[in-house]
Write a protein that binds this ligand. Structure first.
Ligand code: HXC
Length: 514
């Protein structure tokens, strides 16, 4: 055979495999509004940058007629490419081939690309569209999942790991995403569950649709399993491309610096917080008032809305923001908001992203539900994450900072490098009403006019403690600043902490509350 004939044969073999599943399966995929695995990769990566590996890998199934089946590329496309010219490793499961189910060869293609990502220090993107462990391959499929989970864990905190859920992700298919840093879902397309509706019907005799069980809205609003929600696959890819601009390639690097842009003047930081300290406001307006171009990239927007997390830039440099949100539950810390904040803090710390914390909360949420849901151990995660973090930590106390909430929100005592307070800050063990009722109980209950005495004592307590000056007098706050000085202060603090070098006592690892 001549070289030309061999090349023609190669093209013919390659194109047969690249088509993926049967025509019917591809049609079904498209009819559901889903792109094919290769189209997804090409839409996400820089044009023409994708290099595919292991195209000709064959499955290892020998039972249930599998030995006679051809599974093109074994149902997963793997390779490397670039986004904004920055290298990424990527895999996309192909649902048109055996439902994207995971056998051993399929898994080994994924683990090979994960090993590349870890060794070469680049982000890993996994596009998941799979029926889970390939049933016909038995324990070998489970072995494959185990090998993926193992690498997800070893890669954690070393390279950013991004999971995209673009189809049903059942059984083992959801645990790899759960071990990664960011999970993206798309309306009507993404479904995540451990056991599907059929199993639930058999075991529990309950009817539930896949959408209600684990659709995109459920995962972004109820469970918190997903971090980003999009209306379409293309919108989802745009979100991923944007995320990639904020984060570094790996834990040894810093995120790229962009041109500095001033915030939009329509956000007037002096006038966002209402004069009545009981009134809410949207803390995202404060963030937009000081960050570059007023561009705030929010994460987990619809879940645990009482805390706001996300990336922004100040003078072109990425910062991670954790902020109480007075619009939701007065910004309290509870089980879910603690989980949300703690995981984000740990991500920022692993990837050299300075943390900016904006404080305005009455404390931890009281109540039997929260106590029984484990607010003690969940709340402890925030204390742990902030204390452990060695990236620059800058805290701005805007208004309320009461009780455990004051300590937890990156106080000086948990290692904050800089703590600033606005003149509106109220820093004390608890709010004036609660405090007066406890410490002046005798005076109030024995008074002729208890209400009048209560008001008097509340006013006394407010005058004494509902301000930033006691904390400033003790050095717990470094400076009281006007809200309008926030951007300038942040720029300076970030600049002077650029070479921060803090190390903790050498140990294998801590035992984080979970
Ligand atoms: C082998 C599978 C498969 C699987 C789907 N297929 N899931 N093959 N193993 N796990 C095949 C189907 O047989 C079918 O093949 C093709 O993929 C498309 O599937 P359909 O059922 O026709 O598609 P759809 O109606 O869209 O339903 C998708 C689905 C359903 C909801 C994902 O296929 C399903 O429920 N699959 C099983 C899900 C599940 O329980 N997985 C858990 C596995 S155990 P043909 O040849 O007909 O086109 C597991 C444990 C790991 O993962 C635990 C680790 C911690």
């Amino acid at each position: 055979m001549s070289l030309k004939d061999k090349i023609l044969e190669f093209f013919s073999l390659k194109s047969k495999v690249q088509i993926g599943g049967s025509e019917k399966a591809v049609e079904k995929q498209k009819a559901m509004g889903k792109m094919t695995a290769r189209d997804r990769i090409n839409a996400l990566l820089d044009s023409g940058s994708f290099h595919e590996y292991d195209l000709f890998v064959e499955h290892k199934g020998k039972d249930f007629g599998m030995e006679k089946k051809q599974l093109p590329a074994d149902g997963v496309v793997t390779g490397t490419g670039t986004i904004w010219g920055r290298p990424v490793s990527i895999y996309a499961q192909d649902f048109t081939v055996a439902g994207g189910s995971l056998g051993l060869a399929h898994a080994r293609k994924i683990t090979k690309i994960m090993d590349h990502a870890i060794k070469m220090g680049m982000p890993l993107i996994g596009i998941n569209d799979s029926g889970g462990a390939r049933i016909q391959e038995g324990v070998n499929s489970l072995a494959g999942y185990g090998e993926i989970f193992y690498r997800n864990t070893l890669a954690s905190g070393v390279i950013p790991q991004i999971s995209v859920i673009l189809g049903p992700c059942a059984g083992g298919a959801v645990y790899s995403p759960a071990l990664t840093d960011f999970v993206f879902v798309v309306d009507n397309i993404s479904k995540m569950f451990i056991t599907g509706p059929e199993v639930i019907k058999t075991v529990l005799n309950e009817d539930i649709s896949m959408e209600d069980l684990g659709g995109a809205k459920v995962q972004t609003e109820v469970t918190g399993n997903a971090h980003f929600y999009a209306k379409s696959e293309l919108e989802c890819f745009k979100q991923i491309i944007k995320l990639i601009t904020y984060i570094p390639w790996n834990n040894k690097k810093k995120a790229d610096t962009f041109d500095s842009k001033p915030p939009n003047q329509k956000f007037d930081i002096e006038n966002i917080i209402p004069t009545d300290s009981r009134m809410p406001y949207d803390v995202r307006d404060i963030i937009r008032a000081f960050c570059d171009d007023s561009d705030f990239f929010e994460i987990q927007e619809k879940w645990a809305a009482n805390i706001v997390i996300g990336f922004a830039r100040v003078e072109g440099k990425t910062i991670g923001i954790v902020a109480n949100q007075p619009l939701a539950l007065a910004g309290v810390l509870d089980v879910d908001s603690s989980d949300k904040a703690a995981r984000f803090i740990r991500f920022c710390d692993s990837f050299n992203i300075p943390l900016v914390t904006l404080v305005d909360l009455p404390g931890y949420l009281p109540g039997v539900d929260q106590e029984h849901a484990g607010v003690i151990r969940h709340g402890a995660k925030v204390l742990y994450a902030y204390s452990e973090a060695t990236v620059p930590k800058i805290t701005i106390i805007m208004r309320k900072a009461y009780g455990g909430g004051y300590i937890a929100m990156c106080s000086r005592h948990l290692g904050a490098d800089f703590v600033f307070a606005w003149p509106t800050a109220e820093i004390a063990v608890m709010g004036p009403e609660g405090a007066a009722n406890i410490i002046f109980r005798k005076e109030i209950t024995t008074a002729e006019d208890p209400d009048a005495v209560r008001q008097e004592k509340v006013a006394e307590y407010t005058a004494k403690f509902a301000n930033p000056y006691v904390a400033a007098a003790n050095g717990h706050v470094d400076a009281v600043i006007e809200p309008g000085e926030t951007r300038k202060t942040l720029i300076h603090s970030l600049h002077v902490s650029e070479n921060k070098n803090e190390k903790h006592i050498d140990r294998k690892h801590g035992i984080a509350p979970c």
